[in-house]
Design a protein. Structure first.
Length: 552
């Protein structure tokens, strides 16, 4: 928490005219200043800023408040984010209450590393050659702060030369500690992409390997500042255009974002090596934009788009899905100067709900009754996650895709919940996990980064339904009435999660060992990761975030 006394000191050190003057053109009007209101359209200025009272008020729409409120409303920030934004603007050092953690040292380390990474790029011809070959201009390199990190030993030497204790660098996510207690650089021989919070504070880095490392891209680890499931790359640069155009373009990688901005598509952002999750939703809701999912048209891209479209639809978002054909992505199209075609693609696409319904229908052979029944069940489960009015409006489309009567979706045309539940092979551990999540929804956020749907086995569909807010899934309803399954206490719940994680990674280890199709280097890296990193941490009682690079 920010010390309240520190906030008061900040308020006394800033001037509202100066703050708002950074956003609007103010004109003197007697003892006050006037401007056109930024919160509603007007031709005659009715927005007044009072330097004596340190407040603003619009006589047209009624908006008003102090400098902090103005930054909150303009930048769509929370109160603490606005405080930190103003502190950064005026080089003011905030104090934090004891026990809440002062992030200033970690921020200082990150800023210092960013300056060093920037200085390294000009001395890294291989990295520059790669960036230019991908079509990234010098202006984009500078705008996005792209840098380069050399060998790990040089990172450690730089930290020592700046008298930065390695434990402090570890807190910032720059180094990690090995099994024997030795420190090593998390990024080495990689092009670096600084990652910022929505308020514009540097919180971490992404890195693209320039060597033969099997992990092409990696991000900073989870720290007090960095949570990849709540961040979108490029958002701090895109937010102004997002609020103005009421649209956000979500793509898959750093280069897609940079190249799209370079071509004028300034609402582009990207998830950080993870699928779109419920943790991203509060950020996506800011400014209430329409969400455009711009994903690759390969199998992985379609699967990611389908999962994201389900999630967004269930939470009332408007938007559409754009899939890129012929193995191309947005960055490729900008590089090859296909701007007109790219513009046409991004203006098109399929609305979120029809996209989900069409993909469900396409994933089953509807000529066979059993497959058609499965498609019907999946479609009905998805429709149940929508609001009643929206569901009613799309029922004709669902019925048409399956060539069934729309009335069928309203009938109990399936086995009873209990029969459906009992047909599955029972797994007491997952039954307990799901029932606990049903009764204690706040724990869902805790498991989002830890569990992957594939870990749930036969309960995968039910787990995905729970994450999307659909409690009407037959298996979940069955758990609700099964008195044999108990709701776990929080400590028992976390212990059960740890056991399931350990079981999953041991099975994955066996699968990796037996899989001859995986290249040797990648296999060695993944096996080493499980044996020396994931399993030891689980044995210590840590709930390790899901390693997405283990998806084969």
């Amino acid at each position: 928490m920010i010390d309240p006394a520190s906030i008061e000191s900040l308020k006394q050190s800033i001037d509202i005219v100066d703050v708002i003057g950074n956003y609007l053109e103010l004109k003197k009007a007697g003892a006050n200043f006037k401007a056109n209101c930024p919160f509603h359209g007007e031709k005659t200025p009715s927005f007044v800023v009072s330097p004596s009272k340190q407040i603003y008020h619009c006589f047209g729409c009624g908006a008003g408040g102090d400098a902090i409120k103005f930054v909150m409303e303009t930048e769509k920030l929370s109160y603490p984010e606005a405080i930190e934004k103003l502190a950064a603007m005026y080089n003011f050092s905030l104090r934090y209450t004891k026990g809440s953690g002062d992030y200033s040292e970690a921020k200082r380390v990150l800023e210092l590393m960013q300056q060093w990474y920037l200085s390294n790029l000009d001395r890294a011809p291989q990295a520059l050659e790669y960036l230019h070959a991908r079509g990234i201009t010098q202006a984009s390199i500078e705008a996005f702060g792209i840098g380069y990190v050399p060998e790990g030993r040089e990172v450690l030497a730089f930290l020592r030369s700046r008298h930065i204790p390695l434990p402090k660098a570890e807190e910032a996510g720059i180094v990690a500690q090995g099994e024997r207690g030795e420190f090593y650089a998390r990024l080495n021989r990689r092009i670096t992409f600084p990652i910022y919070s929505p308020a514009g504070a540097l919180v971490g880095f992404g890195g693209r390997t320039m060597g033969d490392h099997p992990a092409k891209y990696i991000n900073s680890p989870q720290t007090r500042l960095f949570n990849k499931s709540r961040l979108l790359y490029g958002y701090h640069r895109a937010k102004e255009a997002i609020y103005r155009r009421r649209e956000i373009l979500v793509c898959e990688g750093y280069l897609d974002v940079i190249m799209l901005h370079q071509a004028g598509f300034s609402t582009a952002v990207a998830t950080l090596g993870t699928a779109l999750t419920a943790d991203h939703l509060p950020l996506l809701k800011k400014g209430e934009p329409s969400v455009v999912l711009a994903y690759d048209g390969d199998a992985a891209g379609v699967a990611a788009a389908l999962k994201a479209a389900r999630l967004l639809s269930a939470h009332g978002f408007e938007g559409r899905v754009v899939l890129f054909p012929e193995g191309k992505d947005p960055a490729d199209m900008v590089q090859s100067q296909e701007i007109e075609r790219l513009t046409e693609l991004l203006r098109g696409g399929t609305a979120l709900i029809p996209f989900v319904l069409e993909k469900i229908a396409a994933s089953h052979d509807l000529a066979h009754p059993r497959e058609k029944e499965k498609a019907f069940s999946e479609m009905k489960s998805f429709l149940a996650s929508l609001s009643p009015i929206v569901r009613e409006s799309v029922l004709p489309l669902a019925a048409n895709l399956l060539q069934v009567s729309a009335a069928l979706f309203g009938q109990a045309a399936q086995a009873s919940v209990k029969e459906h539940f009992q047909q599955r092979r029972e797994d007491p551990a997952w039954q307990a996990i799901l029932k606990t999540l049903l009764h204690q929804e706040r724990l869902i956020d805790e498991v989002l980064d830890i569990l992957s749907p594939e870990m749930a086995g036969e309960y995968r569909e039910a787990f995905e339904a729970l994450l999307s807010g659909n409690r009407e899934h037959p298996l979940l309803q069955g758990l609700g009435i099964d008195e044999r399954v108990q709701v776990l206490g929080e400590e028992s719940f976390r212990q059960m999660l740890r056991m399931q994680l350990e079981r999953f990674y041991r099975l994955k280890l066996r699968e990796l060992t037996q899989n001859e199709a995986i290249p040797y280097k990648k296999k060695s890296y993944l096996i080493r990761k499980i044996k020396t990193d994931i399993l030891p941490r689980l044995k210590k009682g840590e709930l390790v975030p899901y390693a997405s690079d283990l998806t084969l």
